[in-house]
Write a protein that binds this ligand. Sequence first.
Ligand code: ARG
Ligand code: ZN
Length: 877
Amino acid sequence: MKESQPSAIYLKDYKVPPFLIDKTELTFDLDEATTIVTSRLHMRRNPAFGKSTAPLILDGGEDVKLIGVAMDDYALPPEEYRISEDKLIITATADEFVLTCETLIEPQNNTRLEGLYRSSSMFCTQCEAEGFRHITYYLDRPDVMSVFTTTIIADEARYPVMLSNGNEVERGKTDEGKTVVVWHDPFPKPAYLFALVAGDLAVKNDVFTTQSKRDIKLQIFTESHNIDKVDYAMEALKRSMSWDEETYGREYDLDIFMIVAVDDFNMGAMENKGLNIFNSSCLLASPETTTDDTYLRVEAIVAHEYFHNWSGNRVTCRDWFQLSLKEGFTVFRDQTFSADMHSETVKRVEDVSFLKTAQFAEDAGPMAHPVRPASFIEISNFYTLTVYEKGAEIVRMIHTLLGAEKFRAGSDLYFDRHDGQAVTCDDFVAAMQDASGFDLSQFKRWYSQAGTPIVTVTDSFDEATGTYRLTMKQDTPVTPGQPTKLPLHIPVRVGLLDEQGVALSAEVNGVVAEDHVLHLKSSEQEFEFSGLTAKPVPSLLRGFSAPVKLRYDYSSKDLLLLLSADSDGFNRWSASQQLAVNEITTLINQAIEGKALSIDSQLVHGFKALLNDETLDPAMVALILALPSQAYLSELANPIYPAAIKQARQYLKIQLANALSPDFERVYRKHKIQGEYKATAQDIAHRSLKNIALSYWLEADSELAQQEVVTQFKTANNMTDQFAALSIAVNSQHNKAAELLAAFYEQWKSEPLVVNKWLMLSASQEQQTALATVKDLMAHPAFDLKNPNKVRSVLGGFGQSVAGFHKEDGSGYHFLADQIIVLNKRNPQIASRLCTPLTRWKKMQPELSVMMKAELERILAEDLSKDVYEVISKSLA
Ligand code: ARG
Ligand code: ZN
């Protein structure tokens, strides 16, 4: 452990910057080993800071070497500046001056993948959140916005493509024959949106004509062997550009928009102004190598980064506590976009399922934090599901409360009012409130209060008056640093069904409708529905109108009714999940008590009806057939018994498979599509239903199904079907699983993104030898510790293996801790993310919990990066 530990910074301490940087001129003399960066910063004291003689303090990094610093071309002697804790401090400055800094950085030794680094044969950057300080000394904070001009000097033969933000304005040669390219971005921006790319890249060109008839040049760059895989991303980009014009009235502003794919990237992608940089796994797509879910992810992330041009770049964040201002809003925008491109209900189910599994777990764990955190040690740790996904739910609730039209008026006002500014979540809410007249003052607590609220609903029916009453209680659990919670403003969308499943109209507060948004604002509140003749079945929280845990004592009969008849597609899915959770919970308890598992599953009836209903969207049927995941069941459990959960889930699956085997076989055959692969909602739906039907059919121990899995693996004309067959074989421990895995690697070893899928699946296997398997994988030639995608595939896959990760002797935890310790210094961001499964130790069954805790303590004894220190220390607190 270090002598002194990193300390937290607080939202309440925010002060405007003492200095501004009107213009930033950067010159990069690019070289793999040592790149020289010269910056000329046109600075002045910030009038908003008030009269001050405060010293100039610039952010830097331990990997930045200062060569020299000058003020108005006067080279500062060493006694006029100092470097302390990575900061460059200059005591005496004029009110206005040009600061010149020369720094040396080593791109090829940059393993953190923040700042300027090498990925394969190219140079690229990642500056969000605080990466720019690893390039040169700067006021690296989002409220310092500057106009950037970037000069890149490099050897043209090796780096024919040299890119930065904005427009290329000059191109020439140095005396030594190197190429010089100058880029200028007219829009003032914070340093986190700076980008530079250089490499020998292929390009795909296209054009988009905006609504005001401006032609925008679109370019996607990749290494040449991947350029045949960018067509889908290009089309998705054009769809995003049109959608943002139609839905938000937002037109693109520069004349050129570029995207570059890089192999080594900590996150998914980055919205740098005019020059988005993508993890190649989130951009490249081809039918042979890419599965349906990745197609959809590529489309969503292309849209997400593009949408940031307005929600993030034109209007940015004042400070990093406001991260959800851009991320929550932009996730909401990309979710709605994908819903519009495909199916609204399917998209909603997928998003909610993810939220309830992963974000709810975060909100219940040691790193629980508000959507607008009050403090952090390392901001990179706050690119979380809470900031992104729960943040998007907050924006969605505002949309629900205001209605589409007023929401749009609110977003128009927000963009107009704050264009070119760095603002806060309060400013966003204020624009929504001002444009709509809707009081959002209590609603704003959603930004500052952590934890998932529990809404408990009871009901009663008064025969005499035909009145149905719902009583709702809300309660938000205690989270770290927040011992008491205030009531939230929760929109609860509700409909009522009669015994036959027919939608009922009822009157609430003078409004007669089949669907009502109730405003739950107190800790306990009653709602009255009048005009009914019998007690209805309530369909609660339709469309998942708020990110809460809903408790209502539904009978299996009610749930089957909702599953078969609710007009709200989302709640049909929700009812099926609840039924399955109830049954699996019974089975889990039997397993924990060491009893033989047994259940008379009611789901059989629901599934039978679904499998025989030709009118349903096959995608919805597939979602309903998918049993709640191990991860979701773990989120619900306390304590978590991983092996019992796995056993219970598997037991129910086999029960359903045995009871409905002919139905699954028929559905499997019926939904096979002939012909060319298309990533359309319709074809994706057929494939998803077909493949889940196959997975059940195989569990029924059918010889025919076993053959069919192998046939599909061998004959599929697309990766979705081939990989589905492989996963099904591996997950069911098919006797050909190992053979198919080996064949798959042989077939695809020259396609890294496919190999990553193979790594993940191989690492997730449920065998007693799982730990040995993962160790072999890390020694495999396909593995590379420097590549975050590969690390995530192998260690993420391993985390899913109950037999491997949760091995009774704790060796799985020990192994993961070893990897975290290795990566801690090399790549703190990735190391920190890998800690997540261990941080859930408090909820784990006692024998496993103590071993997890011991590993956390072992990690804490190391000399830790800020990233890992924050996560580990908070989870042990
Ligand atoms: N702004 C990017 C996005 O959401 C994510 C960048 C995160 N980078 C990081 N180092 N945490 O699209
Ligand atoms: Zn984003």
